[in-house]
Design a binder for this molecule. Structure first.
Ligand SMILES: [Zn+2]
Length: 87
């Protein structure tokens, strides 16, 4: 039986990808935005490809702001940028 892979949609390019190819950004219970590497925290989440293109695109289009329906602090984008470069 093939292993079931759950797909999530990137907020920038709207492609469905495997979770391992995405970074999860969540709004936690206190309303703060965190980049969730271990995907263990609960809260409203959005996914973004591990790619600079998608990061730039989501900054430009405010896709992440819309997905989480709040303002995303610049520090979150800086954090994402660093994580994407590390990949
Ligand atoms: Zn993408």
């Amino acid at each position: 039986m093939p292993k079931k892979v759950s797909l999530r949609m990137c907020v920038a390019c709207r492609q469905m990808k495997e979770k391992k190819d995405l970074i999860r950004i969540i709004k936690d219970v206190t309303g703060s935005i965190v980049v969730d590497e271990k995907v263990k925290q609960s809260g409203r989440g959005a996914y973004l490809c591990k790619s600079q293109d998608c990061l730039q695109k989501c900054i430009k289009t405010k896709a992440l702001n819309r997905a989480l329906s709040c303002d995303i602090p610049q520090s979150v984008f800086e954090n994402l940028k660093e994580k994407i470069i590390e990949e």
